[in-house]
Design a protein around this ligand. Structure first.
Ligand code: 13P
Length: 253
């Protein structure tokens, strides 16, 4: 049984005030009976405040990006060890906004994945196709290529300590979500690709869906066989909607 995970990617949103209000609100809404995992991914400047608010909390802390390098003269970059030092136990790698806006290639993403693992962080590897690629029937080829870059460099055993997030680029922030079946199809292909290398690991790795997940569509998405929770953008900025999505994940066991 894979434990569902609901992770909130705040992207470049927030402030000290929002961090305090949101985390206090989330904490107040948790139920001791909850079995799904919950995680927040604030921007770098708010990680230490988040850590101080989440002492003894069930809410895990993660970051949105990291450097491929361990330390040195890399102005503006943040290393995996720094994230760990700031209380993070996870980090996104290869989010489509990084791939598109910062030119991150599959190779760079694979390096980031390994840098995260080496520091003991859980990498959440994001993959997904653009609208143009979907319309040209390239969805599975694109996602498979993105996953293969990490499989080739880190190996299937490394995936056992990671999470994959399928985020169709055309569904991110657009209000246009993939249908549960469209998402399930790609999730099944991702799992099959991992299972072809190691059936046990392929069956264990959590594959999250991301892209316009909201309180009112989460339950039907999470009900799909190969969907193990969600990576939530906009709806993670309100405690009420993020908790409603988290509730849906708890009911999807
Ligand atoms: P939205 O939920 O705002 O569509 O964002 C999804 C996403 O990119 C999460 O990483």
């Amino acid at each position: 049984m894979r434990t569902p995970l609901v992770a909130g990617n705040w992207k470049m949103n927030g402030s000290h005030e929002l961090t305090r209000d949101l985390l206090t609100g989330l904490e107040a809404g948790l139920d001791p009976a909850d079995r799904a995992e919950i995680m927040v991914l604030p921007p770098f400047p708010y990680l230490t405040l988040a850590r101080s608010l989440l002492v003894d909390s069930a809410i895990r802390l993660g970051a949105q990006d990291l450097s491929t390098r361990p330390d040195g003269a890399f102005t503006g970059d943040v290393s995996a060890a720094m994230l760990s030092d700031c209380g993070c136990s996870a980090v996104l790698v290869g989010h489509s906004e990084r791939r598109t806006l910062h030119g991150e290639t599959d190779e760079v993403v694979a390096e980031k994945f390994s840098a995260a693992l080496a520091a003991g962080l859980l990498p959440i590897l994001c993959v997904g196709e653009t609208l143009e690629q979907r319309e040209q029937g390239q969805t599975e080829a694109v996602v498979s290529r993105q996953l293969a870059a990490v499989l080739q460099s880190a190996g299937i055993a490394a995936l056992a300590q990671a999470v994959v997030a399928y985020e169709p680029v055309w569904a991110i922030g657009t209000g246009r979500t993939a249908t549960p079946l469209q998402a399930q199809e790609v999730h099944a292909a991702i799992r099959a690709q991992m299972s072809a290398e190691d059936a046990t690991i392929g069956g264990q790795v959590r594959v999250l869906y991301g892209g316009s997940v909201k309180a009112d569509n989460a339950a039907e998405i999470f009900a799909q066989q190969d969907i193990d929770g969600g990576l939530i953008g906009g709806a993670s900025l309100s405690a009420e909607s993020f908790l409603a999505i988290y509730r849906a994940a708890n009911q999807s066991f």
